[in-house]
Design a protein around this ligand. Structure first.
Ligand code: NAD
Ligand code: UGA
Length: 471
């Protein structure tokens, strides 16, 4: 059955659902897109007049929302009627790691996917194409299929039919709109040719056909996990070498450049840093490890486990270096933190390396003055409070403050630690900072942001990741 698509519903108005539908709507003016969410507050924010209040920050997003919201792009809490009217439904809900029960710490918690599938089964009408947009363990389409089929067979739901496609999302936060508008590839997996062609037709309104790859369902589901695993593995690889560079007086930037100029290796994703953060790398590799173990592939599981272990080690290593350089004593010291988001150009702090490093420093007894251009104080509070076994959140909140600019954060501090690669840190006035900090003044740069020769000539002690100590 080749289907004309007039209305699309996306379940989940998060970092993927919102931007993805905004770009699809901009490129398919004849289709009506409705993004729904169980979180009414989030939907209200997506509908807010003041575009600074959108629930996520992403360059280029507010312009798209301004242009298309209310025309062919809608955000709604009315899940029932939005599903009922849709010819195609994207499932774009969160798929966190299970925190308890079998597979805790590794397996994907599919409760939101399951509840979405039930909503689709209940409210949809006629023939519906269901598209997995969330990142899912291989073979999840079977789970969705069995939920949909179970309802299909119940009397009141007769007359419905479904096709399931896998269409994983490869956008990166901070560059989501660029990635969506000009993707490296669009992957569509499925076993019904007509449904695949229908979804392909939607993408072909702005993506070259040669970039649209169609596969079977399982290869598509698995390819998404593997893409993230490969990207994260590159970061752990270069981070491991950052420590070796410090030990041997080599320079990680020079090594990355030399290695990356080999076309077979490529230059991207070779920036050493404080370890990968973000909601997906750790979660998706954990899931991959779980799947490998499930299929008895213990050695393969162990290989990928090391990517996560190295990432943890890198964060801990940085905390230890800061403590050691500050004479093993942080009590009564004030440390400025430049950046709390897991990368620049996003307000997302999920799994940000800043969380563990800040907690380590707080455990040593210092006070933190934190500056991030996009992360809110309440978000920092939430992240740092999830450490209740060490301090309760009231005690914790006395140990840090959020500052409104980097100079305010640096004032009277003994050290500053650069943890996020915000471009504004590159143009910081180092002389001005030096004059308002305590002496001796330290800079710990984990993101290759600060010019070490300049900092050193001003009088700073500076340690750079993958490079070591300058004096
Ligand atoms: P998110 O937490 O930002 O958003 C998910 C939304 O789904 C939430 O707002 C939640 O309230 C909503 N939701 C959950 N169950 C629902 C239900 N039954 N009905 C309606 N709404 C429901 O998550 P995200 O970052 O957008 O990620 C979504 C998926 O996309 C995940 O599987 C993730 O791995 C994958 N992914 C994320 C990124 C990224 O950069 N964040 C990139 C590619 C893929
Ligand atoms: C990543 C992938 O890049 C996307 O393709 C994927 O769709 C997404 O995960 C997902 O599935 O969620 P994202 O996590 O948003 O995107 O951001 P990345 O640019 O991949 O950065 C992840 C982390 O790695 C950040 O903490 C970043 O600072 C760090 N990183 C990245 C480095 O330390 N070095 C690098 O060279 C690149």
């Amino acid at each position: 059955m080749y289907k004309e698509i007039k209305k699309i519903c996306c379940i989940g108005a998060g970092y993927v659902g919102g931007p993805t539908m905004a770009v699809m709507a901009a490129n398919n003016p004849d289709i009506k897109f409705t993004v729904v969410d169980i979180n009414k507050q989030k939907i209200n924010l997506w509908n807010s007049k003041d575009l600074d209040e959108l629930p996520i920050y992403e360059p280029g997003l507010s312009e798209l929302i301004k242009k298309n919201r209310g025309k062919n792009l809608f955000f709604s809490s009315d899940i029932e009627s939005s599903i009922e009217n849709a010819d195609m439904i994207f499932i774009s809900v969160n798929t966190p790691t299970k925190t308890k029960g079998f597979g805790a710490g590794f397996a994907s918690d599919l409760k939101y996917v399951e509840s979405s599938a039930k909503e689709v089964a209940k409210y949809s009408k006629g023939h519906t194409i269901v598209v997995e947009k969330s990142t899912l363990p291989v073979k999840t389409a079977l789970t969705i299929k069995s939920i949909l089929t179970a309802y299909q067979e119940k009397g009141e739901h007769k007359g419905k039919s479904f096709d399931i496609l896998s269409n994983p999302e490869f956008l990166a936060e901070g560059t989501a709109i660029i990635n969506l508008q000009n993707p490296d590839r669009v992957l569509i997996g499925g076993d019904n040719k007509n449904s695949i062609e229908t979804l392909k037709g939607i993408y072909m309104n702005w993506v070259d056909e040669c970039k649209i790859l169609t596969t079977d369902l399982w290869s598509s589901e698995l390819s998404k996990l593997i893409s993230n695993a490969f990207l994260a593995q590159r970061i752990s690889s270069i981070n491991s070498i950052s420590a070796l560079c410090e030990a041997t007086e080599a320079n990680i930037s020079n090594v990355s450049k030399a290695v990356g100029m080999d076309k077979r290796i490529g230059s991207e994703f070779l920036n050493a840093g404080p370890g990968f953060g973000g909601s997906c790398f750790k979660k998706d590799i954990s899931n991959l490890i779980y799947i490998c173990k499930h299929y008895g592939l213990e050695d393969v599981a162990r290989y990928w486990e090391n990517v996560i272990l190295l990432n943890k080690w890198q964060q801990r290593r940085i905390s230890k270096i800061i403590v050691d350089k500050l004479f093993g004593n942080l009590s009564d010291k004030r440390i400025a933190i430049f950046g709390f988001a897991f990368k620049s150009d996003t307000n997302d702090t999920r799994e940000s390396p800043a969380i563990n490093i800040c907690r380590d420093l707080l455990d040593e007894g210092c006070f933190l003055s934190i500056y991030d251009p996009k992360v809110s104080s309440s978000q920092i509070k939430r992240e740092l409070s999830l450490h209740e076994n060490v301090r309760n959140s009231d005690q914790n909140n006395l140990l840090w403050e959020k500052n409104s600019n980097l100079y305010e954060a640096a004032k009277n501090s003994d050290a500053l630690v650069v943890l996020t690669d915000w471009v504004e840190f590159k143009s910081a006035d180092l002389k001005k900072i030096f004059n308002i900090m305590n002496y001796p003044s330290w800079i710990f740069d984990t993101r290759d942001i600060i010019n070490p020769e300049e900092a050193s000539s001003i009088g700073f002690n500076i340690w750079k990741l993958g490079n070591g100590f300058y004096s």
